[in-house]
Write a protein that binds this ligand. Structure first.
Ligand SMILES: [Zn+2]
Length: 466
């Protein structure tokens, strides 16, 4: 039986209106006022906002890092996402040096198959183009795009593990440009950072907050500039992931003003957490906030919020990369370089952005939908997602803008034993969530089947800028 959502306010990136939404099977069939209810299952959305399901384009589920594996697998990670109002994620398949991209894809599809609870896509992190001139790797990129992997991730940080040099980056970007694929870049000058890290360790500075101090905003800004410049030379569209500070923002803005095709995202942790408040250098507890790029000084937050408002930043993702405090973060108890990098956030993205963005008046509800749902679908080649309109997937979030919720590791669905926002009470939370027409979250609780999520073949559309 078709489902009719009545009496709600539909929020899209370009406006809000009182409207009913009808969907049949997996697809939205009608959006408009006063749709007759006869023959339909009716959901009363009085007092609720009806929005497209959230899209989180930056997650690391079941990912090996520093001798351990991120705590959420595809089951717990995607359930947490859904409970937080997100109906699509894009995760990263990591190519290992000396191995093919095909092998990485197979590995990640193996991790997700039978476990993913919402729809998901994959980026391919390229670390190696194979022997000689790299023809083998470049040919593989074509295969990846045909298989729906329309974005490639490049690391300018983590030498000897993931970092590639400028030449390899240029080569990958040239190919990506020719394929209309998007280049996602982790922009930090890894070579310089590793020298600072070694100097700190030699000086006995091994507490968690030295992780943050070893990775300056200048190191991020330099790499941001270089990534954009090389993408421009290679005629590719570049998307800077997890941009964290004012210095990097200045590089991005300058490039955009010159008409370069450069996009970027930031993440909730950089908007609401700071070095002063969460990493003053007092306790081991601060390992909870060891991620990369690190927390920044507070003054950066206002600039990031402003950039979300004025469109310099296009997307808010999480960089969800969860590790338990008790037995995973503890690997670096005596040495910050051994603390697994990452924080848990997949479940809280919409809550944090709504509470600190919309409730505070910094963002309109329309801009919230653009940043969390519509822009991610457009930039990452998912035309069936991110918009409430006939013919689109019925990924629908019923959001209660007034529902107070206290964030805590005691009650969250993520597999970590801590929350980055422990004890914070936010106003605005998920009520119900439909994923391709199926009610998967009811009154804030997951009720869907494990493994129902599908792999999404994404289009190569040059970040929606072609
Ligand atoms: Zn990441």
């Amino acid at each position: 039986m078709p489902t009719l959502i009545q009496n709600g306010t539909v929020v899209s990136a370009d406006g809000q209106r009182q409207s009913d939404v009808l969907f049949e099977g997996e697809t939205i069939s009608q959006v408009g006022p006063n749709i007759p209810s006869a023959g339909h299952t009716v959901i009363d959305a009085s007092g609720l906002l009806v929005m497209p399901g959230g899209i989180d384009v930056h997650t690391h589920l079941d990912m090996p890092f520093g001798g351990t594996v991120s705590a959420d697998d595809y089951r717990t990670g995607t359930i947490a996402a859904a409970v937080g109002g997100t109906t699509t994620v894009i995760d990263f398949a990591l190519q290992s040096r000396g191995h093919t991209m095909a092998k990485a894809l197979e590995t990640w599809l193996g991790k997700s198959d039978g476990k993913a609870c919402i729809d998901y896509g994959l980026h391919m992190a390229v670390t190696d183009l194979g022997p000689g001139d790299g023809a083998q790797g470049l040919a593989e990129m074509e295969v990846m795009v045909r298989r729906g992997i329309s974005s490639f991730k490049l690391f300018m940080a983590y030498p000897n593990v993931l970092m590639i040099d400028d030449g390899l980056m240029f080569k990958v970007m040239q190919k990506a440009g020719a394929l209309n694929a998007l280049c996602c870049v982790h922009a930090e000058n890894g070579s310089a950072i590793d020298i600072v890290v070694a100097q700190m360790v030699a000086a006995g500075k091994t507490a968690p907050h030295y992780h943050a101090h070893s990775r300056s905003t200048k190191a991020e800004a330099e790499a941001t500039h270089r990534a954009i410049a090389i993408a421009d030379m290679a005629e590719a569209v570049v998307y800077i992931v997890h941009l964290s500070n004012e210095d990097s923002l200045r590089e991005l803005k300058h490039a955009q003003q010159r008409g370069l095709r450069a996009l970027a995202e930031t993440c909730p942790q950089y908007l609401v957490l700071s070095l002063e408040d969460h990493m003053p250098g007092k306790s081991w507890d601060e390992a909870k906030y060891v991620f990369t790029p690190p927390l920044r000084k507070k003054h950066n937050q206002a600039s990031l919020w402003h950039a979300l408002e004025d469109g310099t930043l296009s997307v808010v993702s999480t960089d969800h990369c969860p590790f338990r405090f008790a037995d995973q973060k503890s690997l670096g108890k005596d040495d910050f370089t051994k603390i697994p990098n990452g924080g848990p956030g997949i479940e809280n993205r919409l809550q944090i952005l709504w509470h600190f963005g919309v409730n505070s008046g910094r963002l309109t509800p329309e801009r919230f939908v653009e940043l969390c749902c519509t822009a991610p679908a457009r930039i990452f080649g998912m035309p069936q997602k991110g918009v409430i309109a006939p013919g689109k997937d019925a990924d629908i979030l019923l959001w209660d803008p007034n529902r107070a919720y206290t964030i805590s590791a005691e009650t969250h669905c993520m597999a970590t034993d801590y929350s980055m926002f422990e004890g914070w009470t936010v106003s605005g939370n998920t009520r119900h969530v439909f994923s391709r027409g199926e009610l998967v979250v009811k009154d804030g609780k997951w009720i869907g089947q494990t493994g129902r999520g599908r792999f999404l073949k994404r289009e190569a559309n040059a970040g929606g800028l072609a």
